[in-house]
Design a protein around this ligand. Structure first.
Ligand code: FAD
Length: 460
C-alpha cells in the first residue's frame, strides 16, 4: 500500500548514479526523488569511520551532490542515528517509497531491518537491492548448505552460475522535489582534517568520485590489464587498478568492473587473457571477505580460529608499535609501505602483507592493533577486507596463510622490488646514516614467534 509521495533514495556505500539499483527503482517509479546521505555515528555497533575514510567521504559526497544537481536532483545531508533520521525524513516529505542498496555488516543489517519494518508499518513501500556485491553472501552455499571458509571452492561456486547481471546505465535526469528539503552543510560535519591538515598527500594521490573511478578503470584496462598477472606484486610498477577506495565507497560497482573487464578481455590473447581472469579473481577476494564477514560479524575483533585466543602475546611494546606506525623500524620494505600509507592513505597489497607480518610475527604485536591503524589511515579501509586481510596474515583467519609462514621482508624486497625503486620512493634517506638500524633481529624474532605458535598449535 504505497502512496504517490516522493521516493526516498538512501545512499550509503554506493555513492554513484550509474548502476545504482536503488536509484534505478526510484527512477522507474516515476515520482520525485529525495536523495539522502546520513552520517550515522550513533547507531550501536556501527564502526566509526577512520580519519582517511572521513577525508574520502567528504570528497565523494561533494562529487555525488554535484552529479545529482547537474541532472536536476539534490543531495540531502543529515546527521544522527539512521533509524530516527530516515523515519523523520520519510514522514516530513510524505515519502511513498524508500529504496536502498544492501549492507552486509551485522549492526548495519540490524539498523536496516528495523527501519524497513517501521517504514512498512507507516505505509511506505520499502525495497532493498544488491548493489555492492556480485554474489551476496547467503546466495553462495556449500553442498551441505553452509558457508565457505576456503577461497578457491567459494569462487568456483560463484563463477559456476550465470554471470553477474549487466550494469544499469547512468540516468539522464533526476526528478527532484519542488519543495526545499532541509540539509546539513557538509562543512559542518568536519570530515576534513584541519589542525593539522595531514591530507596533502591524499589530495595529490586521489580524486574521490564516480567520474574519477571510471577514468581509473578505463586507464587500467587500456594500459595495465595485460601486464597485471605478471607485475601485480611489484609495488614500483603501479600496475594495479587502484580502484579499492572507489569500490569501498561504491563510486563504481563490481558489476561495472566485471563487464568492462570481460569486454576488454575480448581483445586479448595468451598471458594477457589470463591477466583478466587474475584481476577478476582479486575482485573475487573482496566478495569472499564479505562472505566471511557475513558469517563471522565480529571479524575485526575475534579470531576466526578460536585456538588463537590462547596466543601468548607479550605485553605491548608501545615504542615498537609507534616505530612501525611511523615507518621507522629500520626494515626498508616495511618502512616504505608504512610511509606510503601515511602519505597517500594506501599501500600496495604485497607490502600490506609484509608490513602486517612484520608487526604480528617479528614484533609480536596483536593483529588487532595493526588492523586499527590501517582502519584509521587507509582511504579504502573496508569493514570486510581489512580485518580479513589481517587475520589472513596472522594465520587466525579464513583460508589464511599458516602462522609459520613468516614473510622475510629482505627476501620480499629482493624479489618484488629488486632495484629498490619503491623503497627509495618512500624512504629517501635509505642507505644514509639518517636511516635507523633495525629495531629487531629478523631471525631471532622469527624463532620467538614460531615458539609462541607452538604453544597453541593443535589447540581448538
Ligand atoms: P587490484 O589489484 O587492482 O584489485 C582490484 C580490486 O580487487 C581491489 O580494488 C579490491 O577491491 C579487490 N581486492 C584485491 N585484492 C584483494 C584482497 N586481497 N582482499 C580483498 N579484496 C581485494 N582492501 C581493501 O579494499 N580495503 C582494506 O581495508 C584492505 N585492507 C587490507 C589489509 C591487509 C593486511 C591486507 C593484506 C590486504 C588488505 N586489502 C584491503 C586488500 C588489498 O591489499 C587491496 O584491496 C589492494 O591493495 C587495493 O589495490 P588495487 O585497487 O590497486 O587492487
Amino acid at each position: 500500500m504505497s502512496g504517490d509521495g516522493p521516493s526516498l533514495v538512501w545512499f550509503r556505500d554506493d555513492l554513484r548514479l550509474a548502476d545504482n539499483p536503488a536509484l534505478q527503482a526510484a527512477l522507474e517509479r516515476g515520482e520525485p526523488i529525495v536523495a539522502v546521505y546520513v552520517l550515522d555515528e550513533e547507531s550501536a555497533g556501527v564502526r566509526p569511520l577512520g580519519g582517511a575514510a572521513r577525508w574520502w567521504l567528504h570528497g565523494s559526497l561533494l562529487s555525488l551532490a554535484d552529479s545529482l544537481e547537474r541532472l536536476g536532483g539534490r543531495l540531502t545531508l543529515r546527521r544522527g542515528p539512521a533509524e530516527r533520521v530516515i523515519g523523520e525524513l520519510a514522514a516530513s516529505v510524505g515519502a511513498g517509497a524508500a529504496f536502498w542498496n544492501r549492507r552486509y555488516g551485522r549492526a548495519e543489517r540490524e539498523v536496516d531491518t528495523r527501519i524497513k519494518a517501521s517504514l512498512l508499518a507507516a505505509g511506505t513501500e520499502t525495497r532493498s537491492f544488491a548493489g555492492s556485491l556480485l554474489f551476496e553472501p547467503w546466495t553462495i552455499q556449500t553442498g551441505q548448505g553452509g558457508s565457505y571458509s576456503v577461497f578457491t571452492p567459494f569462487w568456483r561456486a560463484c563463477t559456476a552460475g550465470p554471470p553477474p547481471r549487466a550494469p544499469y546505465p547512468a540516468p539522464e535526469a533526476i526528478p527532484g522535489l519542488a519543495a526545499d528539503v532541509p540539509s546539513d552543510a557538509l562543512e559542518d560535519w568536519a570530515l576534513l582534517p584541519t589542525r593539522p591538515d595531514w591530507a596533502g598527500g591524499l589530495r595529490e594521490a586521489w580524486q574521490p568520485g564516480e567520474e574519477s573511478a571510471h577514468r581509473l578503470l578505463d586507464t587500467f584496462l587500456r594500459d595495465s590489464l595485460p601486464r597485471y598477472g605478471a607485475e601485480r606484486d611489484q609495488p614500483a610498477q603501479a600496475v594495479t587498478s587502484r580502484l579499492s577506495p572507489h569500490l569501498r565507497w561504491g563510486e563504481i560497482s563490481p558489476f561495472q568492473i566485471w563487464h568492462a573487464t570481460e569486454w576488454a578481455r575480448t581483445g586479448l590473447t595468451g598471458n594477457a587473457q589470463s591477466s583478466a581472469t587474475r584481476f577478476l579473481t582479486e575482485v573475487g577476494w573482496r566478495e569472499f571477505s564479505y562472505h566471511v564477514l557475513f558469517n563471522a560479524p565480529d571479524l575485526a575483533t575475534e579470531n576466526l580460529r578460536p585456538e588463537f585466543d590462547a596466543f601468548p602475546w607479550p605485553s605491548l611494546d608501545e615504542r615498537a608499535l609507534a616505530r612501525w606506525q611511523q615507518g621507522r623500524t629500520g626494515i626498508p620494505l616495511v618502512d616504505a609501505g608504512m610511509r606510503e600509507l601515511w602519505r597517500t592513505g594506501s599501500m600496495h597489497n604485497r607490502v600490506r602483507m609484509v608490513a602486517a607480518s612484520f608487526l604480528i610475527k617479528n614484533l609480536l604485536i596483536d593483529w588487532r592493533l595493526g588492523e586499527q591503524w590501517f582502519w584509521d589511515t587507509l582511504v579504502d579501509a573496508d569493514a570486510a577486507s581489512n580485518p580479513f586481510g589481517w587475520q589472513w596474515v596472522a594465520g587466525s583467519g579464513a583460508d589464511a596463510a599458516p602462522y609459520f609462514r613468516v614473510f622475510n621482508p629482505e627476501l620480499q624486497a629482493k624479489k618484488f622490488d629488486p632495484h629498490g625503486e619503491y623503497i627509495r620512493q618512500n624512504v629517501p634517506e635509505y642507505g644514509t646514516d639518517a636511516y635507523p638500524a633495525p629495531i629487531v633481529d629478523l631471525g631471532e624474532t622469527r624463532r620467538a614467534a614460531l615458539a609462541a605458535y607452538e604453544q597453541i598449535k593443535g589447540m581448538k
